[in-house]
Write a protein that binds this ligand. Structure first.
Ligand code: SAH
Ligand code: SF4
Ligand code: F3S
Length: 479
């Protein structure tokens, strides 16, 4: 491996260190150094995003930086001078997709030798992956991580000028950088980070290693951003964090997330969502705020992972199956129209048939509207990866299938209840499948396809539901 000044590699060991040091909140850190200012003039970038909303939002920052450097964006790989993949490391299949894409894109370099390839995001934070990229993927020119997006101008400039591979990844707790540019991809819906990182260290999960420690943005910075979004016509914000309920703990704000959510609601933007809320510190105050304000949407993503308390303990989730059910009951009691989605892992090491049955029972109990279901994937460096991955693949697949069937059943059943009812829909635009039909989401986060006249993107319209599909509802505008 070449050893030069262009290398700073990730370390999973360093990434798990958590200190008591206060997080730096940087309001002036980002600037475009003079020589990088016009680097993109006459050049195009192609940016593809994998993974969760945190990555989507990071990509908006990356696009903002590249546009400031004079680049224009293209959706066609062949046209690009800089191809950047913002990657996800949460499961092996997420990584395989990226590696496959790198293989496919390689040939573009023979046509355009000046083409630059970059890889950033959570895969860049993984030791093994960076080693693999260096050994087997010589087409990658630039690798940077989740902590140094603000360094993109210098790093890209360096890679382009020296024509040497540039790798800069920091494995640290991280700071909060406030003055980064942003090119929002949505016109009516916006992502708003309220905190970064994760300290939960669920035993299967790589995120605390790739994203640093839990650190909150200042409430005033968040509120100012949302006020501006409202003033510029945005209708919906989604507050983002790996665990939004931990908001403010590091700033010693009492009841942080409930307080923040209430302040956001008072701004009066029409719709507020948030993700992800970890069941562990979901407080009754939060439930009260969601119930009190009409602009906080009655749709909660509450990842359960497993319905068995022993499994949850080994997963490091910090709640039992009974505590989860009790939380569910308390939410439903105060917000009867609330819909629920969840995440579930099947085939965690040593998961027995009975333990899996408890997960099915949990689905029966909560009757989720939607569940993202995954086969357990060992992640290098996590405690679970040191356990034997001993549930055979055919058993894992069979469990996943049984689980998905049950989830589909409840989704359909819940959807049936909407027939003949009127829901309020924020119009996303014409449906992807049919240009006579509009689509958008209801307050309960149901995908609605509907007909109507004089409908505009960004409107909130009332739709009468006429029939249902498993994963969407059909209807017509009534006013
Ligand atoms: N912070 C969120 C989850 C982010 S990761 C939360 O705690 O709710 C999204 C989902 O991916 C997780 O909820 C989990 O279901 C799944 N996941 C994470 N690591 C995984 C692994 N190693 N194998 C399979 N699924 C995993
Ligand atoms: Fe991963 Fe757990 Fe943190 Fe969610 S709360 S990101 S599952 S470690
Ligand atoms: Fe993936 Fe990183 Fe998000 S691992 S799920 S992109 S935080």
């Amino acid at each position: 491996m070449p050893k030069n000044n262009n290398f700073r590699l990730p370390s999973l060991k360093d990434a798990q260190i958590r200190t008591k040091e206060t997080v730096k909140i940087e309001h002036n850190l980002f600037k475009l150094p003079e020589p990088t200012r016009n680097l993109g003039v006459g050049r195009k970038f192609f940016l593809r995003t994998y993974g969760c909303q945190a990555n989507e939002r990071d990509s908006e920052t990356i696009a903002g930086i590249l546009l400031e450097m004079g680049f224009t964006r293209t959706d066609i790989e062949e046209e690009a001078d800089f191809i950047l993949l913002n990657t996800c490391a949460v499961r092996k299949n997420a990584e395989d997709k990226v590696l496959g894409e790198l293989g496919m894109l390689k040939k573009l370099k023979t046509k355009n030798p000046d083409l630059m390839f970059g890889l950033c995001g959570c895969m860049a934070q993984e030791e093994e992956i960076v080693q693999l990229l260096l050994k087997k993927y010589p087409q990658v020119d630039l690798i940077f991580g989740t902590h140094n997006i603000h360094r993109l101008p210098e790093l890209l400039y360096n890679a382009m000028m020296t024509k040497e591979k540039t790798v800069e990844v920091y494995s640290k707790e991280g700071e909060v950088i406030e003055n980064l540019p942003v090119k929002r991809f949505g016109k009516h819906k916006a992502w708003v980070n309220i905190m970064y990182g994760c300290d939960k260290f669920c035993t299967y999960c790589i995120v605390p290693y790739t994203r640093g420690k839990e650190r909150s943005r200042l409430m005033n910075d968040i509120l100012a951003e949302i006020q501006e979004l409202k003033d510029t016509g945005y209708k919906e914000v989604t507050l983002l964090g790996q665990n939004v309920n931990a908001y403010g703990k590091d700033l010693d704000i009492e009841n942080g997330f409930a307080t923040l959510l209430e302040e956001v609601a008072k701004i009066g933007i029409p719709r507020i969502r948030f993700t992800t809320s970890h069941p562990w510190d979901f407080t009754d105050d939060m439930i009260d705020v969601i119930a009190k304000y009409d602009n906080v949407m009655p749709a909660i993503h509450l990842p359960v992972q497993s319905g068995n308390s022993d499994m949850l303990k080994i997963m490091g989730r910090r709640y039992t199956s009974e505590e989860y059910k009790s939380l569910y009951d308390r939410i439903i009691a105060k917000i009867p129209n609330c819909t629920f989605s969840t995440d579930i892992i099947v085939g965690f090491p040593n998961e027995t048939d009975q333990q899996f049955q408890d997960t099915l029972d949990m689905v029966d109990y909560c009757k989720y509207d939607l569940a993202y279901t995954f086969i357990y994937s060992p992640r290098e460096g996590t405690p679970a990866a040191r356990m034997e991955d001993n549930v055979p693949m055919d058993v894992k697949s069979e469990r996943l299938q049984r689980l998905n069937e049950k989830v589909g059943l409840y989704s359909n059943m819940n959807n049936q209840k909407y027939v003949g009812k009127v829901v309020r829909v924020l119009v996303d635009g014409l449906s992807k499948k049919n240009d006579q039909v509009y689509s958008g989401y209801s307050e309960e986060n149901k995908l609605i396809n509907f007909t109507g006249s004089q409908v505009q993107e960004g409107d909130i319209v009332k739709v009468l539901i006429t029939d249902v599909k498993s994963w969407s509802l059909n209807g017509e505008v009534v006013e």
